[in-house]
Design a protein around this ligand. Sequence first.
Ligand SMILES: [Zn+2]
Length: 464
Amino acid sequence: MTDQLDPSSHTDHLSLFRSRQHPEFMKIFEAVDALPIDDTHCHLITDRDALTTPQRYVERISLAGYPISDYFPHGVYDRWLNGDEATRHDLNKSFNIQSKVAGITADIAQGVFMKFLVKELSQFFGCEPRLEAVIEARNERGKNYWAYVNKLFRDVKYENIMLDTGYAEGCGAVEISRFEDAILPCRTNRLARIEMIQRELFPLDISFDEYEERFVTRMHEMLDGEGEGNYGKKSYGMKSYLLPYIGLIRPLYDREVAQASWKNLRKSSHKIPPRDREANYNISKDLRRYNFTIALEECLKRDIPMQIHTGDGEAPFVILRNQDPFFLEEVCRFDRDDVMRMPKIIPLHAGYPSVGKAAWLSHLYPNCYFELSIMTPFVHQSLFQRYMQVMEVVPLSKIMYASDAYHIPELYWLSGRWGKRYLAQALTEHVVGGSLDFDEAIEAAKMILFKNNRSLYKLDRATT
Ligand SMILES: [Zn+2]
């Protein structure tokens, strides 16, 4: 790559911020900024966003923006996006799409997150701090997009990512490998999502016995990388999206109950209006609990962690009220025969906005960890207060950096950049207050940024 980053791009923009920090901050920040990062939970980047527009960029980066298609009847938005002039005109007349999208994205662009992002990127590109100018400079890099993506990863020093392949926008092995190659030498370690197996098997007209056998076979294939594997490779852990569907997760061992649920699913398909989320999820609730239990047993046997979607947005598909971190208590315990078996559980997304509850669950249950994504980067400078809140109760050896980056590679970059900056700010607070000495603070940063991930997933590539 020819255009090396201007090292001053980190300092100029931060001068005001730094001038307000304790003198100890710079020493801590420089040590933290030099550290590698592992990302415990994140997603595929494709080249679909290599060239973009300000409106489309805002839509794709935002949790409120990217599900816009779900605010219209199935398929309508895609037809509008990809349609010719006449199609777009007709669809606008029926569904008012153009002005709805313009309204939604105009509000998102007025968020402090976007305004701060624009300033950060304008420094990276050396352009004016306006969204339009940033997108123009970005589109220039988009001509050699994968080199640009690689540069973003190197700039914040990613060394490992744990890739949840369960959200891939319809992409397959080729696109996943393309991304993995592009970010080298950062290494990708895949995670297997339970719902990927269910998506394959739920529509099949087979007996419950066969369903169960195929579920277990696919799960082993994904974990071991045999057969179709996880898009051709092995997995280092599992991920579940069950919580937003059903709320409180009680493990289910009773085969009969699961079988009845499978039968109900066969009978009811296509009869429930898709917008009736509760009715839809209730049909397969017991079957999903049963599958989750099988998968968690497997995690326990292999001593690998289970990531569980907790907190966060993803409206309008998810049921927000179901995502309370305390709904994971029964799976943290995983009681059977009077024994609490305590598999390794990672509630995702810091339980945001219920950060305190997720932190308290991790405080109380020794086998429950804490992961920082979505909150990082989306609460931007308030990460300082949030990191303080997490560190007040969760042992440093259980906190793990993550971005949950998707679609837009700048989410990886921003998360790493802001994660390090505001973690350094929080650690400075501890050093100045006397609760940690300097060496303990830097060791804390190492644990949070990469060591905990490597030991939990046994990556045995630890550099320090
Ligand atoms: Zn995710």
